[in-house]
Write a protein that binds this ligand. Structure first.
Ligand code: ATP
Length: 268
């Protein structure tokens, strides 16, 4: 049910310190969304009262931290997240589209302050064309209607949409998302910070050089780097349990070893 998509602030364990992106991304997000969610009264007066902030579009390659950012925004503003995946939308809720859209916004109003996070937004908001089945056209129109009923700020839900393909989005949807934030693949410096985030609870072999690892992983996203750390920790456990690295495994191995009993476990 839709209630499965609800994540209460206490159940969100992501903060901005767990994410390394270009600092301007976090600055912009903080100004736009955290303020709008946490201080909605600031948007009821003066010039800001005319400024409807209905949502933000996060765009950029997969695995760069868009989902994490949406959760960190909600956590900081003590807001609930209603997480809906655009790809799931049609298969999971087929035939129930209009009811579902209404339910999302009505639930968001009850849960206020609430971030409606739509991942893979291109799957649900792709450009409407005359060849489209009416299902798709109705779904987008219904969403826009509900969205327009939102009074800016936290009232009834703040929409954060994420996509790898912003140019596929319907122009009417894009018009409602004038604030677009690019979350790009990390620089070498960012990769180093991301590796440090994911390895912070690991004890590393003394010769592990995280800066060199970051230099040697160009075009890796945050998600790739996390997989690398998981693979390295798995290799260490495997070595511990089975006394050697599985040479047939496809897992990319890096020279990061967990220590046991105070001694670095090294490949013999
Ligand atoms: P998708 O477009 O595929 O949904 P995404 O951009 O939303 O991807 P996430 O799902 O947020 O990416 O990232 C996947 C995982 O990769 C995260 O849970 C996190 O562990 C790690 N990760 C990705 N980007 C970062 C980052 N910038 N800093 C730290 N960890 C990251």
């Amino acid at each position: 049910t839709l209630l499965d998509a609800v994540i209460k602030p206490d159940d969100i364990h992501t903060t901005f310190s767990d994410i390394r992106v270009n600092p301007s991304v976090i600055r912009t997000l903080r100004t736009l969304t955290t303020l709008a969610l946490a201080q909605p009264e600031a948007f009821t007066y003066g010039i800001l009262s005319k400024e409807k902030i209905l949502g933000v579009l996060l765009h950029g390659p997969p695995g760069t931290g868009k989902t994490l950012l949406a959760k960190a925004v909600a956590k900081e503003a003590h807001a609930t997240v209603l997480e809906v995946s655009g790809a799931e939308f049609k298969s999971k809720w087929v035939g129930e589209d209009e009811k579902l859209v209404r339910a999302i916004f009505s639930l968001a109003r009850k849960l206020e302050p609430c971030v409606i996070f739509i991942d893979e937004a291109d799957a649900v908001f792709r450009r409407r064309t005359s060849d489209d089945d009416c299902y798709h056209r109705d779904l987008v129109s219904q969403f826009l209607r509900e969205w327009d009923g939102v009074n800016g700020g936290a009232k009834g839900g703040f929409v954060m949409a994420a996509t790898n393909r912003p140019s596929d989005l319907d122009p009417a949807v894009l018009r409602r998302l004038p604030r677009r934030i690019l979350v790009d693949v990390p620089s070498a410096e960012d990769r180093e910070a991301i590796l440090r985030i994911h390895l912070k609870d690991e004890i590393l072999a003394p010769d592990v050089d995280i800066a060199a690892l970051a230099r040697d992983t160009p075009s890796h996203t945050g998600s790739d780097l996390k997989s690398l750390c998981v693979a390295a920790a798995m290799a260490a456990v495997y070595e511990e349990l089975c006394g050697g690295i599985d040479a047939t495994s496809d897992i990319p191995l890096v020279d990061i070893r967990r220590r046991k009993g105070g001694k670095a476990k090294r490949k013999g």
